[in-house]
Design a protein around this ligand. Structure first.
Ligand SMILES: Cc1cc2nc3c(=O)[nH]c(=O)nc-3n(C[C@H](O)[C@H](O)[C@H](O)COP(=O)(O)O)c2cc1C
Length: 196
């Protein structure tokens, strides 16, 4: 069933793109009984580490927590309602932090852009290795700041669930419907405000 779900969710493109990109999607059904393979997790984090950033400033930091640890529970406790329903089944939660300023106190204009790109690379590597990733903006940043005593120079921007795909039928009914809804995108023409 999972295979059918995955193939149904493949991106429809006007010309073929890399299968890892076409097949990547953000599930909410994770198998809580399967931990994330440590080598695959390290590979995903390495992919993030090696992503490009403005002037190679690498303004990203990560809080990585495996299911079953107090750190994992602290992240789940700071997810917003709907995310708490499903994300706790993932094997790993990763909080992404972006620097607000450099060590001289100067603003880092591209830090959030760079963090997003690092998570994009992490997602692609993880998907290539048979894992799934679901990023979230629905979390309490202040709660995470307190729980992990995050330095003021860094801001929690997103949380990513990483895990092994589970059974959609184990989700509550309203979440199941969202999982079955078709994946959509704006047409390419609408995105290219200039295409000379
Ligand atoms: C920055 C960001 C924040 C997101 N926040 C949430 C969230 O709080 N809860 C959720 O279920 N999905 C969240 N998503 C997942 C998006 O809804 C999802 O990526 C989008 O619908 C496209 O689906 P796809 O990733 O399967 O292509 C977020 C994604 C990103 C990149």
């Amino acid at each position: 069933m999972s295979l059918t779900l995955e193939s149904d969710r493949t991106a429809q493109t006007s010309t073929p793109i890399h299968p890892v990109l076409a097949e990547r999607f953000s599930p909410r059904a994770y198998d809580p009984s399967i931990p994330v393979d440590e080598v695959k997790l390290t590979a995903a984090l390495e992919a993030a580490r090696w992503s490009p950033s403005a002037a190679n400033t690498q303004p990203w930091r990560f809080i990585v927590a495996r299911r079953g640890t107090p750190e994992f529970d602290a992240i789940v406790a700071n997810l917003m309602g709907f995310n708490q329903v499903w994300a706790g089944n993932a094997g790993v939660l990763v909080v992404g932090l972006a620097a607000r300023t450099n060590e001289q106190g100067e603003p880092m204009r591209w830090a959030q852009y760079d963090l997003g790109q690092a998570f994009a690379h992490l997602s692609v590597q993880a998907h290539h290795d048979g894992l799934h990733v679901h990023q979230m903006g629905g979390f309490l940043a202040d709660g995470l700041r307190t729980a992990f005593e995050i330095d003021d120079r860094f801001e929690p921007i997103s949380v990513a669930a990483i895990g092994v795909l589970g059974d959609i039928d184990d989700l509550p009914e309203n979440t199941r419907e969202r999982e079955r809804a078709p994946r959509t995108r704006l047409p390419l023409d609408e995105l290219l405000i200039v295409n000379a």
